[in-house]
Design a protein around this ligand. Structure first.
Ligand code: FE2
Length: 285
């Protein structure tokens, strides 16, 4: 199939992305949550206050807290109670999931593409969170956030280039997209995502994980969070967490230490756990 071409003012695009003034991929509610959750010690009171100020997010968090996922026998009716019972890490991840859903799926533009992007991002975030629990990651809290936002650069491209980018992304094989973006735009969605993470004041490990999520370890000097997110990106696609596995045709991820060193049975358990969580979160309206 011939390569698609897009007429883009590369200098203007580069300036738009460098400054990120005319585009904001995350709404205020999501940014407030992200800012709290990127810290090493997530403060319960801040998370509870933010969730309570967003009724739609609070209702969905409570719905999942009361679902079979956690198996708690008594009804959880407030966010504060949910934090006590299920822990701040679980509750902040749930809130982030639903805040990101609004960001990805609420724009009205290019909705089908962005909805699929959200589903994949959620699957990748959940998978990254489980991998980080058993891998040697300095900040396991950062894994879910990095996985959930690893493709945020695509959302920026959609906001700036509209359906031109959607057409390009849909019609370009997964493993070629970064290269095609580089050729057309002079930068790719990894660079753009890393720029967003820099703008939002994310720690270096998250910025590098987002900015290198298509690379194998052998091609990067980044630390273990990068390996976790790259492995989660591959597994969520190839094992169908957030997408149909037959839609993914890329070659196995070579040189990833997580995939090459982990016990296969343990890996299957983590994949199963991420899949169960995904089904419940994705079906919560
Ligand atoms: Fe990507």
């Amino acid at each position: 199939m011939p390569r698609l071409t897009i007429n883009v003012d590369r200098e203007k695009l580069a300036a738009d992305i460098r400054e990120l003034k005319s585009v904001e991929p995350l709404p205020t509610s999501a940014l407030r949550l992200v800012n709290v959750c990127k810290e090493s010690d997530v403060h319960s009171n801040e998370v509870i206050t933010i969730i309570q100020s967003e009724p739609a997010i609070a209702a969905r968090v409570l719905a999942v807290a009361n679902s079979p996922l956690y198996g708690y026998s008594r009804r959880i009716s407030t966010i504060s109670h949910a934090v006590v019972i299920l822990g701040i890490r679980n509750i902040s991840q749930l809130a982030l999931s639903f805040a990101a859903r609004a960001a990805f799926c609420g724009s009205g533009q290019s909705n089908e593409f962005c909805t699929k992007l959200y589903r994949h991002s959620l699957g990748c975030g959940l998978m990254a969170g489980h991998l980080a629990e058993v891998c040697d990651v300095d900040e396991p809290n950062h894994a879910y956030l990095s996985g959930l936002l690893h493709d945020i650069g695509k959302l920026v491209f959609v906001q700036l280039l509209k359906d031109d980018y959607v057409t390009l992304a849909i019609n370009t094989p997964h493993e070629q997209l970064v290269q095609v973006e580089d050729e057309l735009f002079g930068l790719n969605h990894q660079n753009v995502g890393e720029r967003c993470a820099e703008k939002w004041g994310f720690p270096l490990d998250i910025r590098k994980a987002i900015g290198n999520h298509h690379l194998s370890d052998s091609k990067s000097d980044c630390g273990s969070l990068m390996s976790v997110v790259a492995a989660a990106n591959f597994l969520s696609k190839s094992r169908g967490i957030g997408c149909l596995p037959e839609q993914y045709t890329a070659k196995p991820l070579q040189g990833n230490t997580i995939l090459s060193e982990m016990n296969p049975d343990e890996l299957e358990l983590l994949i199963s756990a991420a899949r169960v969580e995904y089904e419940i979160l994705a079906s919560t309206r």
